[in-house]
Design a protein around this ligand. Structure first.
Ligand SMILES: Cc1cc2nc3c(=O)[nH]c(=O)nc-3n(C[C@H](O)[C@H](O)[C@H](O)COP(=O)(O)OP(=O)(O)OC[C@H]3O[C@@H](n4cnc5c(N)ncnc54)[C@H](O)[C@@H]3O)c2cc1C
Length: 393
């Protein structure tokens, strides 16, 4: 006998699941969100939290633009504080990559993103402490920033609850139940929950959930590290923007407390496959040293930075570094929404809207997620951007 039932069950309490729960509850649907650990226990609680719009295909760029509007005005739009801070973001390339960068800027401007090209002198005007010797230029987004994964997911979960959703932590879904070509609910460690629609928003665990009803989704869990540096005293007094340094294949971003966080943007990151329940959650010494060297090259003032306590988290990397976001073919009521491949935090507010549209069949969000359908893998219609196969998208 079913323990509880609702219109929709959402598996996973990361940014994707909590945002979807909020949207569905807002639209008057009954929702149960089931989280095996706690809200933001997965990639969301370990995110780098960068909110940028620098994407090289129209769908993702439009999603990022729409999401930024929510992040920048979260308390009025959703309610609560996701810890958003506007720092600006610079995407800097070497001289050989200038043409690609400029065509991406043109695409972003076409969809309405506030971004401008800066030559090396322009970069120095924004951030005089940057070494621009090996840079050809950069794309600068003054409106970009960072938010806090745990604060954001908890803010969405809280609003979802206030709007009537049931949010349960410590309940693990063991499998999805299907009868006669449609889902009827899920089995969990706390009994059966029933619903005509089940949303798999389990991030790096999403592949396992999909497998329980026969789908082989090409998404692997991989480990991603973030190094933390304490800025030397009396330097960078006004902070620094988020910098994606394509010339060196890494990014760094400011954090409160005069900290700088750094991570890799190299596609080889995807090769670090791990069991999502058993992986090393701390940072390797070699990684800290590597990030310190790259940071010092770009910001010589950081040469005297002290190494702080970093962490590692999980990416859910798909075959083409883009998510699976759609109704699954052959099983009515089963929606997959995972595989954001290391870039899904910023998209959370819009992913939630798109999931609500997939559930209801309405199109309240003006963005069409068709390119993210699961069928694309069999069709050979992989999603491609200018920056093939990396988190940049
Ligand atoms: C180190 C790091 C840095 C990143 N930096 C950025 C960045 O700067 N900007 C950006 O936009 N993105 C970034 N990302 C990516 C971003 O954080 C993720 O794409 C996003 O948070 C994924 O959210 P999610 O809700 O889809 O999945 P998750 O946050 O992984 O949530 C999935 C949830 O499902 C739960 N779950 C799993 N299995 C079950 C089950 N069987 N039953 C019930 N619950 C279950 C898990 O406990 C988990 O809480 C980064 C990720 C990492 C790890």
């Amino acid at each position: 006998m079913a323990q509880q039932s609702a219109d929709v069950i959402i598996i996973g309490g990361g940014i994707t699941g909590t945002s979807a729960a909020y949207q569905l509850a807002l639209q008057g649907h009954s929702v149960i969100l089931l989280e095996k650990g706690y809200i933001a226990a997965g990639g969301t609680g370990r995110t780098g939290g960068i909110i940028r719009q620098h994407y090289s295909n129209e769908t993702t760029a439009s999603m990022a633009l729409r999401a930024l509007k929510v992040w920048s005005d979260f308390d009025n739009v959703v309610g609560g504080d996701p810890g958003f801070r506007r720092y600006g973001a610079l995407f800097a390339v070497g001289k050989s990559d200038l043409d690609g960068l400029k065509s991406n800027i043109a695409l972003q401007q076409r969809v309405g993103i506030n971004v401008q090209f800066l030559d090396p002198d322009g970069i120095r005007e924004v951030a005089p402490y940057l070494n621009v010797d090996d840079l050809g230029g950069g794309a600068y987004e003054p409106d970009a920033g960072c938010a806090d994964g745990a604060m954001a997911a908890n803010a969405f979960a809280k609003r979802a609850r206030e709007l009537g959703a049931t949010v349960l932590q410590g309940v693990e879904v063991t499998d999805v139940i299907a009868e006669n070509g449609r889902v009827t609910g899920v089995n969990t460690t706390q009994g059966v929950f029933s619903a005509a629609v089940v949303v798999n928003a389990a991030g790096p665990w999403g592949t396992r959930i999909a497998k329980t009803v026969g789908y082989e989704v090409p998404v692997d869990a991989s480990r991603h590290q973030i190094a933390v540096f304490q800025q030397p005293p009396d330097t960078l007094a006004d902070g620094h923007p988020v910098v994606a340094d394509f010339a060196q294949g890494f990014y760094f971003r400011p954090e409160t407390g005069r900290l700088t966080l750094a991570g890799s943007i190299e596609a080889s990151e995807a090769a670090h496959h791990v069991d999502p329940d058993h992986y090393v959650e701390t940072v390797d010494m070699e990684f800290n040293a590597d990030m310190a060297e790259r940071t010092e090259h770009r910001v010589p003032l950081m040469g005297d930075a002290r190494v702080g306590k970093g962490w590692a988290g999980l990416y859910d990397v798909s075959l083409d570094w883009h998510p699976i976001l759609g109704r699954m073919p052959g099983l009515d009521g089963f929606i997959c929404a995972f595989g954001w491949s290391g870039s899904g935090f910023k998209m959370g507010p819009v992913t939630g809207e798109l999931i609500a549209d997939l559930v209801t069949g309405e199109q309240r969000c003006p963005i069409d997620p068709h390119i993210f359908r699961f069928e694309r893998f069999a069709e050979g219609a992989l999603v491609r951007g200018q920056y093939n196969y990396s988190i940049i998208g």
